[in-house]
Design a protein around this ligand. Structure first.
Ligand code: UD1
Length: 365
């Protein structure tokens, strides 16, 4: 069984690492990593390969940035000849980034079964590029591996046959469980000058929030209001940084005492920062899940979430607009000890990659 695993952007690396590790335990499975190069900075990519003990990618497509069409089309053009020469039995894609749909589409047209890990999630908001990628990838995949009940419900509603759908849990949580101890051992906080629970961690990179001046101004104000309560650590995504520079807002953000802008963090470092934070403010998808597992309160600046279990039973709150006043009320309530108590969702236990491997062995080999 030859499996080509596709990675492209930062949130893919921690999902593929446990799968590649699980596959590599079987001599009759050949697992190869294809990196599209959608993310290419050392801090957005290389550090994750090193820390997650992924091998050097067998192929690096080097496609870089661009419009969605350019990115998707370039990935397809570069991936097609690799597929032709490697002739894998299956192609495995994770998540919802442009690399996911691009490689799934090439594979399915070549008649190669596609396995989609983290299938079935829907925000219901088709303005999100990820939502389009999710819907399209699920509709052409042969095996759909689901992380939470809402994923099962969505696929049923879309009439996906039951036999294609498998509830396996969350491979991103596999990585968290596997690396948690190592991350806890880092001596990071003292070098930053903070104590556990003495800071709020913030990340923002969604196009809807950071690709327009009004959104960016709100983010600066949110950071300012939050910093009245505790130090804010803000590792800044390249998209957010370049837009802050474009609208001349970077200096304003830097000038707020108690806000510490940081480079994008490595996997272990970010895990450490999440685990020791008093709370997290974000618009990320994955961080909603990681904070639910860690039972750290999370304020998510999104109108909708494709991961509703994190709000229903986890520690996540959705704040529906970028309103700097709403954030303060929530920050204050959480710091006053009024945060809801979360639970860890079913199958988020570090074993999802094992379950997927068992299904592949039973059904495909
Ligand atoms: C992509 C994913 C998003 C995911 C996010 C995590 C899609 C549609 N979006 O968004 O779901 O949450 O990754 O980060 O696939 N850049 C760099 N260096 C890098 C990577 C990107 O400078 O290593 C720049 C790009 O050139 C571009 C911007 O950052 O200007 C955004 O990168 P892009 O890959 O288009 O999308 P993300 O916003 O990162």
């Amino acid at each position: 069984m030859k499996i080509l695993n596709i990675v492209g952007a930062r949130p893919n690396f921690m999902k593929v690492a446990p799968l590649h590790r699980a596959f590599s335990r079987y001599p009759d499975i050949e697992s190869k990593i294809i990196h599209t190069g959608q993310h290419y900075d050392a801090r957005m990519s290389d550090v994750f390969f090193n820390q997650l003990e992924l091998p050097q990618p067998h192929y690096f497509l080097g496609i870089g940035g661009g419009t969605h069409t350019q990115q998707t089309a370039k990935i397809m053009l570069e991936f097609e000849p690799i597929l032709a020469s490697e002739k894998p039995d299956v192609v495995l894609v994770v998540g919802d980034v442009n690399s996911t749909i691009a490689c799934a589409l090439v594979a399915v047209k070549e008649g190669i079964p596609v396995l989609h890990v983290e299938a079935g999630l829907r925000s219901g908001d088709r303005r999100m590029p990820e939502e389009i990628n999710r819907i399209l990838t699920d509709s052409i995949s042969d095996y759909l591996f689901v992380t939470e009940q809402a994923g099962l419900d969505n696929l049923k509603r879309e009439s996906v046959p039951d036999e294609k759908v498998h509830f396996v849990g969350n491979v991103m949580i596999d990585s968290l469980v596997y690396y948690r101890q190592k991350s806890q051992q880092l001596d990071l906080l003292s070098s930053i000058g903070v104590e556990p629970d003495s800071y709020i961690l913030m990340t923002m990179h969604r196009p809807a929030n950071v690709d327009n001046e009004q959104g960016l101004r709100s983010i600066v104000q949110i950071a300012r209001n939050t910093a009245r309560h505790k130090t804010v650590l803000f590792p800044i995504h390249p998209r957010t940084l370049s837009n802050m520079e474009k609208y001349s807002l970077k200096e304003e953000l830097e000038a707020i005492s108690q806000v510490q802008l940081m480079e994008p963090q490595g996997y272990l470092e970010f895990l450490h920062l999440m685990e020791s934070a008093a709370l997290i403010i974000t618009d990320s998808g994955g961080i909603q899940e990681e904070t639910t597992y860690l039972q750290v309160p999370c304020l998510t600046f999104r109108d909708t979430t494709e991961r509703p279990v994190t709000v229903e039973i986890g520690t996540n709150y959705l704040l529906r607009d970028l309103n700097p006043d709403t954030v303060e009320e929530h920050v204050q309530a959480i710091l006053d000890g009024k945060a809801k108590q979360g639970q860890v969702p079913p199958f988020w236990d570090g074993q999802a990659a094992e379950r997927i491997t068992t299904i592949i062995r039973e059904k495909l080999m």
